[in-house]
Design a protein around this ligand. Structure first.
Ligand code: APR
Length: 230
């Protein structure tokens, strides 16, 4: 079992039971802001302080949130499987639950990076990143987040991780944002795919097993299914 590679793609839904809002359940507004105002390079160019404020509020919510049972159960699965987590989430709840192999496709809210060199990355102490906080070379620090319209630098390593998965699990994502949503196409053709989401999902493909539950209940059910196959 330990040599079975279990790859999990997570989205905002896995953090919903930790109290962090999803994107598309909040009718297009993200905590009352238009995405274009706060999560694009143009927004940063136009009003960087508003962008900093938006992510500071998000960061505060993340630091006040706790990993839920779904995050914890995924971390515990590492005892039985070679688990790799690919997340679209910018929160650090997978890390805080104890998972090890985590790839953040859309960045990490608890980190900042230089506006001069995107590889120059820093941890953010506390919840606030301010205009005037500079990298070691003296350039302004920005949130280490992939904004809409920016490329997803980690998508190639993510495809690699998915390409030799023995089991693929999708939890709490509407699969509406590419290239993340396209990862499913990089799995080996016959491996089982489990989808955990409380909304009804209809996929006419034998290898998909839908678990129509919220993440905490859904991951519990998934573990029962996986254990029944040992
Ligand atoms: N448990 C599991 N899934 C849930 C729960 C829950 N408690 N509550 C909602 N969901 C599901 C919703 O049904 C939906 O399918 O989680 C999914 C959330 O979808 P989105 O809000 O679109 O979030 P996500 O798929 O992660 O968005 C992808 O889009 O906005 C960008 O960059 C942002 O990473 C984000 C990306």
């Amino acid at each position: 079992m330990k040599n079975q590679k279990l790859v999990v793609l997570t989205g905002a839904g896995i953090s919903a039971e930790s109290g962090l809002k999803t994107f598309r359940d909040s009718d297009g507004l993200w905590e009352g802001y238009n995405i274009e105002e706060v999560a694009t390079p143009e927004a940063w160019h136009k009003n960087p302080s508003l962008v900093q404020q938006f992510y500071n509020e998000r960061r505060k919510a993340v630091l006040e949130a706790e990993p839920n049972k779904a995050h914890v159960l995924l971390a515990e699965l590492e005892e039985q499987f070679n688990v790799h987590i690919i997340t679209q989430n910018i929160d650090n709840l997978h890390e805080r639950a104890g998972s090890n192999n985590i790839l953040h496709l859309h960045g990490e809210i608890v980190k900042s990076r230089s506006t001069f060199n995107s590889d120059d990355i820093y941890p953010i102490k506390g919840w606030e990143l301010k205009m005037g906080d500079l990298c070691n070379a003296g350039y302004q620090l920005r949130p280490h987040i992939v904004w809409f319209g920016e490329s997803v630098p980690l998508i190639e390593p993510a495809k690699e991780i998915v390409s030799d998965a023995d089991i693929f699990v999708i939890i709490g994502t509407s699969l509406q944002v590419y290239p993340a949503a396209g990862l499913i196409n990089y799995t080996k053709p016959k491996i089982p795919i489990y989808v955990i989401d409380p909304k009804q999902i209809i996929i006419n493909n034998m290898r998909f097993q839908i678990i129509q539950e919220k993440a905490e209940t859904g991951v519990e059910q998934l573990i029962k299914i996986l254990n029944s196959k040992i």
